[in-house]
Design a binder for this molecule. Sequence first.
Ligand code: DC
Length: 218
Amino acid sequence: MSYSIAIDGPAGAGKSTIAKLIAKKKGYIYVDTGAMYRAMALYFIEQGIGAEEQEKISEAAASADVTISYENQEQIVWLNGRNVNGLIRTEEVGKMASSSSANPEVRRKLVELQQALAKRENVVMDGRDIGTCVLPDANVKVYLTAASHVRAIRRYEELKAKGQECELDVIEKDIVDRDYQDMHRALSPLRQAKDAVLLDSSAMTIEQVADAIIRLCD
Ligand code: DC
């Protein structure tokens, strides 16, 4: 039986940083499910489809083939055979991903892929619905959050470091809007699973959060 750690929470809570660190410490595979939704979103943007055009999204989802592979423990996301890692980390793609991830066809495809992966490998998987829907029997479930202002500052610094133009108050508004959208959609909304441990990282370091989760595993 493979071992699985599910980490859910809102945008910018530090899920991917923490999940990567834990995966490294435990020798597990890190699965960034947000990146898969972002790859799908990129496809819709490239097809000229708008966030509100749910019928077109359902149709186009059939011809978007998203897969992942690993190179030096780094997850690579492939969209129809093209490595899109360098294209999916923008606010535009993030916003589209938040809208298009509410689509049942998009979720069905990606959840299938995620569940198949977790069956084969020991995983640390992060997202919005991992503990509630994708891996309801995960060995450890964590709901990782932080105050929206703290999350906005983290995202702002991340984008700045990559040389992207951004404004803190715009980022905070986007985060609050995205939380609302992710928490209020009909299908697999973001929420804490009943058996998930709540961790608020607002005043914690990355190491402290990772240690707390590793203690839960032990
Ligand atoms: O974690 P992220 O910012 O890369 O995710 C982008 C969007 O994808 C997020 O706003 C909602 C969606 N998502 C989802 O619906 N379910 C997941 N398991 C992961 C992400």
